[in-house]
Design a protein around this ligand. Structure first.
Ligand code: SF4
Length: 493
C-alpha cells in the first residue's frame, strides 16, 4: 500500500518526500488522493509577520495527528520558500516520529548527501561554531554530537577551500577505470570483471587517453591548472604494468604541472599490486595510494566476493612503504554481512599495526544495482543499533590512532541512517576528497562512468555531466563526450 502525501502547493509535498522515506523506505509515495492507503499526510505552510509556520496532518486507520513547526525568517539562511520547505520537513518528521514510535537517527531531517555544505554556507557569512550547532539542532532536529562533528569537519576543511580567484584557475580531475578482478557483493559501481570484459580494456584505454589529452590541451588554452588528480574506478591497478604505465604517462604529460599537489591511485584490491606497478606509479608522481581491505576477516572477504586475504593487504602496504609511499589510505566498511562489533575491533587492531595516514570508514549501503540487494535474504546484516556502536567505536579508535575526521558524506540506503567519514593525520588530508564533496572546485571526470561538476567560482553554482557507464558506449561516443566537456569549460571562462 502507498503513503499519500498532499499539499495545497505541490512543491511543499515533494520537499517532504525524503523525510517520509526515512520512515517508509519500501513504500510508494503518491502525490494525489487515493482510496486505499497506509498513511495519509497533508502538509501546508503560511507566513504571519516575520514567522513561518508549517503543519503536517497524519491520517491513518488507527490515528489522526497534527504537528507544527515554526521559525522566524532568517534571510541569510536562504530564501523564504526554502525556509518554509524545511519547516514542512520538520513538521512531517515530528508527526511521523510520534505516529510510528521510530526515531530515524541522529541526522534528523538532514537527508542530503553533503551536510557539511550547510555549515560552509553559514561560515561564509561569519557565523560562529556554537551558533551553527544551535541552528542545526533547532532547525533540523539533529543530535548535538552530529552537529558538532559537522562543524568540526567544516572547520578543518576551510583552509583547503578555494577562493573565487583560485577556483577560476584550479580544477581537479577524476579518472575512472571501470574494471575489477571480480565484482563485490555490495558494489553498485559500473565495475566490469576483467575476465569477462577483457577485450574492451585496450579500446577503452585508447579512448580514455584521447579524452585526457584533449581536456589537458583545452585546460592549457584556457589558462587552467590541475590541482589534484584521483585515479579510481573500479580498480585501476587491475591493469597490467604496461597499460598502467601508458595511462599514467598520458596523465603526467597532459595534466600535471607545478600546481598539481596530489595524485591518488586507487589500488582497491591489494591482490592487484606488484612491485612493478608501484614503481611505475611512483615514477609518474603518484603521491597517495588507497589500499582497501574493507575488513580484515577472511570469512567476510569470501562472503562479499573479494578474492584477497588480509595478509595480502598487510604485504601490499609493507611493500608500498618500502618503496617510498608516505601517504596510504585504507577503506573499511562497517555493517558487512555477518560482522559484529568484535569483528570491527579485530579489523581495527590489525590496521592500527599498519598505521595508515588516512582511513575512510564507510557504512554499508545496500544499493539497487548490487548483488547484496538482489539476494538480501542470503546475507545476514547486523542490526542498526549494532552498526551505530561500530561507527562510534571506529570514530574513537581513529582518533586514538592520531587521526581526525576531515570529510563526511551520507548515502541513501545505508544500514542505519549514518555516514561515511574520512580520517587523516594532520597534513595528510586528501584535498580531492574535500573538493568533490564540498563542490567549490570544478572537477572534470574522465573515463568510465565519470561525473564532471563544473562550478561557477563565487556563486558555486553547479552543472553536472556524466560519461556513460558501459565501456562500449563510452568508446563509441568519445568524440561527443570530449566536445561537451570542452563547451562546459569554455562557458565557465
Ligand atoms: S573493488 Fe570497488 S569497484 Fe570493484 S567491484 Fe569491489 S566495490 Fe566495486
Amino acid at each position: 500500500m502507498s503513503v499519500v502525501l498532499l499539499s495545497p502547493e505541490k512543491g511543499l509535498a515533494v520537499a517532504g518526500q525524503d523525510v517520509v522515506r526515512l520512515f517508509y523506505p519500501d513504500d510508494k509515495i503518491v502525490f494525489q488522493p487515493a482510496v486505499d492507503y497506509k498513511v495519509g499526510l497533508t502538509v501546508s505552510g503560511f507566513r504571519k509577520g516575520n514567522t513561518l509556520t508549517a503543519t503536517a496532518m497524519l491520517q491513518a486507520r488507527d490515528a489522526s495527528l497534527t504537528e507544527k513547526a515554526s521559525a522566524d525568517i532568517v534571510p541569510e539562511t536562504g530564501d523564504e520558500h526554502n525556509q518554509l520547505k524545511r519547516l514542512v520537513r520538520l513538521a512531517l518528521f515530528r508527526v511521523l516520529c510520534r505516529y510510528t514510535g521510530v526515531s530515524p537517527g541522529p541526522w534528523g531531517i538532514l537527508t542530503g548527501i553533503r551536510p557539511t555544505k550547510i555549515v560552509h554556507r553559514l561560515l561564509d557569512i561569519s557565523w560562529e561554531r556554537p551558533a551553527i550547532i544551535d541552528y542545526l539542532v533547532k532547525n533540523y532536529d539533529m543530535a548535538v554530537d552530529k552537529a558538532g562533528l559537522l562543524t568540526e569537519i567544516a572547520g578543518r576543511q576551510r583552509p583547503f577551500l578555494l577562493t573565487e580567484e583560485q577556483a577560476a584557475k584550479l580544477v581537479s580531475i577524476y579518472v575512472g577505470i571501470p574494471f575489477c578482478p571480480t565484482r563485490c557483493a555490495y558494489c553498485s559501481f559500473p565495475a566490469y570483471s576483467v575476465e569477462r570484459a577483457g577485450k574492451l580494456v585496450e579500446p577503452f584505454l585508447a579512448a580514455l587517453r584521447r579524452e585526457i589529452a584533449a581536456i589537458g590541451a583545452v585546460l592549457g588554452e584556457l589558462g587552467k591548472k590541475v590541482q589534484t588528480i584521483y585515479i579510481g574506478g573500479g580498480t585501476p591497478t587491475v591493469l597490467d604494468s604496461s597499460r598502467l604505465s601508458s595511462l599514467l604517462k598520458c596523465v603526467d604529460s597532459s595534466l600535471v604541472s607545478a600546481e598539481t599537489v596530489e595524485i591518488t591511485l586507487e589500488a582497491g584490491r591489494p591482490d592487484t599490486l606488484s612491485e612493478d606497478k608501484l614503481g611505475t606509479a611512483l615514477d609518474y608522481g603518484v603521491t597517495r595510494l588507497s589500499i582497501n581491505p574493507q575488513t580484515m576477516k577472511p570469512h567476510t572477504l569470501d562472503l562479499i566476493g573479494r578474492r584477497h586475504k588480509p595478509e595480502e593487504t598487510v604485504r601490499a602496504v609493507e611493500l608500498a612503504r618500502r618503496m617510498g609511499y608516505g601517504n596510504i589510505n585504507m577503506d573499511i566498511i562497517i555493517g558487512l554481512p555477518g560482522e559484529g562489533l568484535e569483528d570491527v575491533d579485530h579489523t581495527f587492531r590489525e590496521i592500527s599495526k599498519i598505521r595508515p595516514e588516512n582511513l575512510t570508514v564507510h557504512t554499508l549501503a545496500v544499493k539497487r544495482a548490487s548483488l547484496l540487494r538482489e539476494s538480501r535474504e542470503n546475507f545476514h546484516l547486523p542490526p542498526r543499533q549494532e552498526v551505530e556502536k561500530m561507527l562510534e567505536f571506529t570514530a574513537e579508535t581513529a582518533r586514538d590512532m592520531g587521526m581526525q575526521p576531515y570529510y563526511l558524506y551520507r548515502q541513501k540506503r545505508m544500514v542505519g541512517p549514518l555516514e561515511n567519514i574520512g580520517y587523516a593525520r594532520e597534513g595528510f588530508e586528501c584535498i580531492y576528497n574535500i573538493q568533490i564533496i564540498e563542490e567549490r572546485q570544478t572537477v572534470i571526470g574522465l573515463g568510465g562512468s565519470a561525473g564532471s561538476k563544473f562550478i561557477e567560482p563565487g556563486t558555486w553554482f553547479l552543472t553536472s555531466l556524466y560519461n556513460p557507464k558501459d565501456p562500449e558506449t563510452y568508446i563509441r561516443r568519445i568524440d561527443e563526450l570530449i566536445e561537451r566537456k570542452i563547451k562546459a569549460l569554455e562557458k565557465l571562462n
